[in-house]
Ligand binder design. Structure first.
Ligand SMILES: NC(=O)c1ccc[n+]([C@@H]2O[C@H](COP(=O)([O-])OP(=O)(O)OC[C@H]3O[C@@H](n4cnc5c(N)ncnc54)[C@H](OP(=O)(O)O)[C@@H]3O)[C@@H](O)[C@H]2O)c1
Length: 195
């Protein structure tokens, strides 16, 4: 099994603004996301991301190449109206309780303590999913990184300062302009300027 992680963050390291990500990725980044999705068999998205962003889970440019959507929820209830349940492929959901099951997905019910990234990969491998793309959120990504299960990371840095962590006052996100990119050995040096 080959596992890739595709995520984006702002210049101040935020991965969401006011609980959502929509609106910060460019059309080019979304095209790239579409391409990455078309190259994998499974697309894993965290339950909180499904609830907050309600993302589409297909390949927009070629729905026939859409991967199988996968999610994990031990305590979250997934609304059957979520787009996750209405793409071209039947999703797989790892869940701790059968009570939430609906017919739009294959529900794999396991004791909550057994729902770990390593076990999930094993089950997906048995279903012939050999290339998995993980699209976040950060909590699920951390769980996979902690178990050293990520083979490749795709990271987009968007030209915004979002102030997600500043809860004391509402600050408008600000956009910068990327002026230069320099790669030295294993590091990338980026220069941004106020437009
Ligand atoms: N910038 C980006 O690229 C990007 C990408 C995706 C999402 N986002 C943003 O990220 C936010 C959501 O991220 P999040 O970190 O709050 O949640 P998340 O990673 O989307 O989902 C986390 C949930 O996954 C479930 N889970 C099941 N097994 C787990 C395990 N072993 N380890 C960890 N989680 C497990 C848990 O739900 P249960 O308790 O029900 O098990 C947990 O609450 C949203 O605001 C979204 O907009 C940003």
């Amino acid at each position: 099994m080959h596992v890739s992680l595709n995520m984006a963050m702002s210049l101040d390291g935020s991965t969401s603004a006011d609980g959502k990500w929509a609106g910060y990725s460019s059309p080019v980044d979304r095209q790239r996301m579409d391409q990455l999705r078309s190259e994998c068999d499974g697309l894993l998205i965290g339950s909180q991301t499904l609830l907050r962003d309600n993302p589409n889970v297909h390949v927009k440019s070629n729905p026939e190449k859409s991967p199988v959507p996968v999610s994990i929820c031990r305590s979250t209830t997934l609304d059957p109206a979520l787009r996750f349940f209405h793409g071209p492929r039947k999703p797989i959901v790892f869940a701790a309780a059968a009570a939430d099951a609906n017919e739009s997905a294959e529900w794999i019910v396991m004791p909550p303590g057994d729902i770990t990234p390593t076990r999930i990969l094993k089950v997906l491998e048995d279903r012939k999913i050999d290339r998995l793309l993980l699209e976040g959120g950060p909590t699920l990504a951390r769980a996979f990184l902690r178990e050293n299960l990520i083979d490749r990371i795709y990271l987009t840095i968007v030209p915004w300062v979002i102030y997600e962590h500043d809860t004391t006052e509402l600050i408008e996100p600000k956009q910068f302009r990327l002026s230069s990119v320099e790669r030295m050995d294993q590091e990338v040096f980026l220069q941004y300027d106020r437009p």
